[in-house]
Write a protein that binds this ligand. Structure first.
Ligand code: C2E
Ligand code: CA
Ligand code: CA
Ligand code: CA
Length: 279
């Protein structure tokens, strides 16, 4: 053809690389789920902005693959979502979270509520609230010790079934948070009807705090909106003391970010936040 062989090759190469990568990720993830050996959870505290004391904690999935190296969750969760692996992966995260909580309890530690992230596909499984309830029960945990974080985008991709699912999750006694708040499009009226306990304000709003006045105006506006909706709020991505001070001044109560702790292993988290010398 007129394009010539070389050009053809360039195109197929461009298309093939992501497809091969996706294939490798899927094969690798499927195997990791079978053995359970390469997956683990990192824990990042949610704290009181005023005192720095532990409020609860978020579990974040990690994958150390011997073949593919350390792949960030942004990449492997996306790969899992575009296949159906997110369903077993999501269940693995929940199971592992409950196992860890039960382990801390057995050690006599005072355990905080743990939040798990959910993706939109998990919202399509009508049995999810039941599965989650049974998982907690199997580990001897009250459902009130578990929270689920969902993005607006995940909810809006299927608003009707999502709403029913969220009610099911709440009825089972779990807490709900709206993740990455402010980054997706959502109708304020629709938001008002969501049975969520609190909003997690996306870190992009906090980035410019202390540097430009627009960021401060936006944060104040979000605070007013959250209050008007009668929802609690937590600010994500707090990295500096200056940001912490400013957020406190605005009235925010809870935060999460590198200033307090990066996501760390279960052992490190227990030592630093659940131990006797915990703040
Ligand atoms: P997310 O749920 O919004 O999690 C917050 C992300 O921000 C985490 O990235 C966390 O490490 C990072 N972070 C925390 N504090 C700071 C900070 O002060 N500054 C900055 N720049 N970043 C901060 P991570 O762990 O790479 O996770 C990325 C995303 O992957 C998560 O975003 C979540 O959407 C997804 N994810 C992680 N684990 C799971 C999981 O088990 N299930 C599902 N469905 N998604 C997950
Ligand atoms: Ca989250
Ligand atoms: Ca978030
Ligand atoms: Ca995010």
């Amino acid at each position: 053809v007129a394009l010539g062989e070389n050009k053809m090759q360039v195109y197929s190469h461009d298309i093939a690389v992501p497809a091969i990568r996706q294939f490798k990720l899927e094969v690798g993830l499927a195997r990791a789920l079978e053995t359970g050996a390469e997956l683990w959870l990192a824990y990042q505290p949610k704290v009181c902005l005023q005192t720095g004391r532990l409020h609860s904690v978020e579990a974040l999935c990690r994958w150390s693959s011997p073949d593919l190296g350390n792949i960030g969750p942004d990449e492997f969760i996306a790969a899992a979502e575009s296949s159906d692996l997110i369903i077993p992966l999501g269940l693995w995260v929940l199971e592992e979270t409950c196992r860890q909580l039960a382990g801390w309890k057995a050690q006599g530690l005072h355990v905080p509520a743990v939040a798990v992230n959910l993706s939109s596909k998990q919202l399509l499984d009508p049995d999810f609230p039941d599965k989650a309830r049974l998982c907690a029960a199997r580990h001897g945990l009250p459902t009130s010790l578990l929270e689920f974080e969902l993005t607006e985008t995940a909810i809006m991709s299927n608003p009707d079934s999502a709403l029913a699912m969220l009610h099911g999750i709440k009825q089972a006694g779990f807490k709900l948070a709206l993740d990455d708040f402010g980054t997706g499009y959502s109708n304020i009226r629709y938001l008002k009807n969501l049975p969520v306990d609190y909003l997690k304000i996306d870190k992009t709003f906090i980035e410019g705090l202390g540097r430009d006045s627009d960021s401060a105006d936006l944060c104040r506006a979000i605070f007013l909106l959250g209050n008007a909706l009668d929802l609690d709020m937590l600010v994500e991505g707090v990295e500096t003391e200056a940001q912490r001070v400013e957020l406190c001044r605005m009235g925010f109560r809870l935060g999460q970010g590198y200033l307090f702790s990066h996501p760390v292993s279960a052992a490190q988290f227990a030592q630093r936040w659940l131990g006797e010398d915990a703040p």
